[in-house]
Ligand binder design. Sequence first.
Ligand code: AKB
Length: 306
Amino acid sequence: MAIQQKILVTGACGQLGTELVEALRRKYGWKNVISADVHPATDTSGLYVRLDVLNKKKLAYLVQHRGIKQIFHLAAVLSATGEQNPQKAWEINMQGLLNVLEVSKDSKVQKIFWPSSIAVFDAKGEVNPSTVYGISKAAGEQWCRYYFERHGLDVRSLRYPGLISHKTKPGGGTTDYSVEIFQEAVRSGKYACFLKEHTTLPMMYMPDAVRATLELMDAPKENITVRTSYSLAAMSFSPRDLAAHIRSHLPGFELECYPDFRQEIAESWPMIVSDYRARRDWGWQEAYDISRMTEDMLAHLMQKEL
Ligand code: AKB
């Protein structure tokens, strides 16, 4: 039984937030997890607060008055949307994080989780971001380390690959095709992809991403040797690879590719990442490869169609 702790999740209506909130509520109890997002409430199953992370006063009030001990700060603008409005993306991603770190430092927050991304890398796998999203994640990683070293804040972070889920759609990312392709395969039997068919990117199935997050947060403090962000991997594939796996369940599935501006973003990222530090420090091990993930995605989506 997990210790009862008041937890706040920002960006809770997003792709990761939706499933992480569910998992946290199962683990810590329904009443102990407050979900927060800038949108009007869609989550009526638990405590929900409408919160813009740029509103530091409201954030501070919430954290202090609710006695928040852990924050999962997920609110962010992703890579593709970020390129449409770089200033706004920078403000939300950077100032939002700084507000969370400052409020946590001045309150009784014990642990913070903040997601980074493979977008911090260039195609060779060096930290050398080319999108405003990637720049904000690379800078944010350094802020996390700074608040740990300077203020002793226990901030932990993962560099997620593209995340695939049958429950919630992603919004504004370059890897979003990997979810859309399943939805369209089940709905219409064909998909027009915005990336070229051979574009290989690191990806992960949502149950693995949620479990990795909980495992990182549960790891003993002395095991955490990376205070910027842990790289995390599970599988890498291209639209063509994924289409072939989908075809083994839905034989007539057709894939067409019409690359748009997201192709350049995808090509600026590595095809694979090394996550040996996560494996070494807190025992990371993925459960889903492309075959298992495809089977599970299709089973859930086909069930919904019935
Ligand atoms: C995106 O495509 O922007 C995200 C990411 C890789 O961080 N899914």
